[in-house]
Design a protein around this ligand. Structure first.
Ligand code: UDX
Ligand code: UDX
Ligand code: ADP
Length: 478
């Protein structure tokens, strides 16, 4: 059997590496039109940072795992074609700001159809709007010259989270396979099931119809994001009442109906999926006339925007209502720890907010490059997933500097803002940092990972999300 994956990104790369690692009897080829990305997958410097990924790739690469730019050849030879291309949010036209742009998906489908001389199972891996399979099937069928070639579409949404991708792929809560309720649809489900059954217990492989599988992916992400927006909304109330959001989260999380996970209040959720998938859901609801449902889910995104804005306002108010010309050390730029990914990271909006009040920003992140940070801060909303887009550098960006370690980023700063929960930020020598900062020295902990009592003993004025306020801050915020 030969499996081919179109798209060597955060989803396609690790997922195919795991399939190849676990299924030595199957040849797995990942293809991409981006030659630099393929070259990186074939090198010692993989294009994405993910704990454990290197070992899995090293074990399987050149054994039964291959990365190539020769899309046509491999797709023509494949039995199962995974499609894992980007599906950006549309920035213009109908549905701009919400709907998914399926240009890349359609391009991939047309290519599959044009090169196919044998029947194939085509698997939707990237998150797509509900009913995409239907549209794609039409594209495939109408564009293939050979009437004997049959395409069977499956939806097999990915639930891996970045930073834990290898663990999630190796021991997933479940694998979901959606297919048509026809005989050939069910047969295709069985074929894909047999791949995952190499390492995943059968009871964890769930089967559903196509639309249920597609909708489940959007709903899972919307529900996860909703938990974060729910606890983030409560963090604001905690600050006004003297309650502690971490205590609240612990108290409610022990109710097994609620559960303990995903209740960490934060400066906002980020990542390539949550906002995009919710906006997709909102758009689908609007197009079928369900305005109330659309508004309900949209509020999850609005609370997230509010949380980022609130954080910036807290910083400005605390620092005597002006941050103009003040140096602010930003610790962490990635959207979460253990990844170098910055897509939709809350740090972008927070930094832009600080920049528009003329602050000078010193950024340090263990895994994000300086070029990436500058690019992110110069792109307009939703442009990150449109590969042709390049940022226009605004004059304000001259106020951004990047550093190779936390200590130099914090030197002379008026304040520190922790925007990503990297473990290394917990063990920094804050006495040493305090000694070099401008006084009063502020810490704004947007992830609640630092020891706030200790920081206050050192002399810092500490703002922690959803926590009782320092008397100093209480005065500033009233
Ligand atoms: C609730 C809380 O569960 C309980 O912890 C608290 O102390 C009091 O309020 P109660 O209102 O008695 O308890 O019932 P609950 O089982 O929570 O159901 C509340 C409503 O939600 C019911 O109308 C129930 O039918 C509905 N419900 C519950 C659903 O529609 N779907 C569900 O999955 C669960
Ligand atoms: C998410 C889903 O978890 C995954 O199943 C899906 O396939 C892709 O989207 P990912 O975006 O990689 O994965 O990361 P996730 O761990 O879900 O975190 C998303 C954002 O929420 C991050 O910015 C994270 O910092 C934030 N978050 C998460 C919180 O603010 N609080 C929490 O309690 C959990
Ligand atoms: P994800 O996070 O969903 O994996 P990425 O943006 O990281 O998304 O990866 C998508 C990849 O798909 C990109 O590397 C892009 O170059 C690739 N791609 C898009 N369209 C095509 C296509 N028609 N053929 C091959 N690769 C494609």
């Amino acid at each position: 059997m030969k499996i081919v994956c179109i798209g060597a990104g955060y989803v396609g790369g690790p997922t195919m590496a795991m399939i190849a690692y676990k299924c030595p009897d199957i040849t797995v080829v990942v293809v991409d039109i981006n030659a630099a990305r393929i070259a990186a997958w074939n090198s010692d410097e993989l294009p994405i940072y993910e704990p454990g990924l290197d070992d899995v790739v090293k074990e399987a690469r050149d054994r039964n795992l291959f990365f190539s730019t020769d899309t046509h050849k491999h797709v023509a030879e494949g039995d199962i074609i995974f499609v894992s291309v980007n599906t950006p949010t549309k920035t213009r036209g109908v549905g701009a700001g919400k709907a998914a742009d399926l240009t890349y998906w359609e391009g991939a489908a047309r290519m599959i159809a044009s090169v196919s001389t044998s029947s194939k199972i085509v698997v939707e891996k990237s998150t797509v709007p509900v009913k995409t399979a239907e549209a794609i099937e039409k594209v495939l069928r109408r564009n293939c010259a050979d009437p004997n070639v049959h395409f069977e579409i499956l939806s097999n949404p990915e639930f891996l989270a970045e930073g834990t991708a290898i663990e999630d792929l190796e021991r997933p809560d479940r694998v979901l396979i959606g297919g048509k309720e026809t005989e050939s649809g069910q047969r295709a489900i069985e074929v894909l099931k047999s791949v995952y059954a190499h390492w995943i217990p059968e009871e964890r492989i769930l089967c559903a119809n196509l639309w249920s599988a597609e909708l489940s992916k959007l709903t899972a992400n919307a529900m996860l994001a909703q938990r974060i927006s729910s606890i983030n909304s409560i963090s604001a109330l905690c600050e006004s009442t003297g309650a502690d959001v971490q205590q609240v989260a612990r108290c409610i999380g022990t109710d097994s109906r609620i559960g303990p996970k995903f209740l960490n209040a934060s400066v906002g959720f980020g990542g390539s999926c949550f906002q995009k998938d919710i906006l997709n859901l909102v758009y689908i609801c609007e197009t079928v006339g369900l305005k109330q449902v659309a508004d309900y889910w949209h509020s999850v995104v609005l609370i997230n925007d509010y949380q980022k804005q609130r954080f910036v306002e807290r910083m400005i108010e605390a620092m005597f209502n002006t941050i103009s010309g003040k140096k602010i050390a930003v610790l962490g730029f990635a959207f979460k720890k253990d990844t170098g990914d910055t897509r939709e990271t809350p740090a972008i909006d927070v930094c832009k907010g600080l920049m528009s009040d003329n602050a000078k920003i010193n950024i340090y992140d263990p895994k994000v490059t300086e070029a990436q940070i500058h690019n992110d801060l110069s792109l307009d909303k939703f442009m990150w997933d449109h590969p042709s887009a390049s940022g226009t550098k605004s004059p304000r960006q001259n106020s951004v500097s990047c550093f190779k370690d936390a200590y130099s980023a914090c030197a002379d700063a008026h304040a520190i803002a922790v925007l990503t929960e990297w473990d290394e930020f917990k063990t920094l020598d804050y006495e040493k940092i305090y000694a070099k900062m401008t006084k009063p020295a502020f810490v704004f902990d947007g992830r609640n990972i630092l020891d706030h009592v200790k920081l206050r003993e050192i002399g810092f004025v500490v703002y922690a999300l959803g926590k009782p306020l320092d008397p100093f801050l209480q005065r500033a915020y009233n």
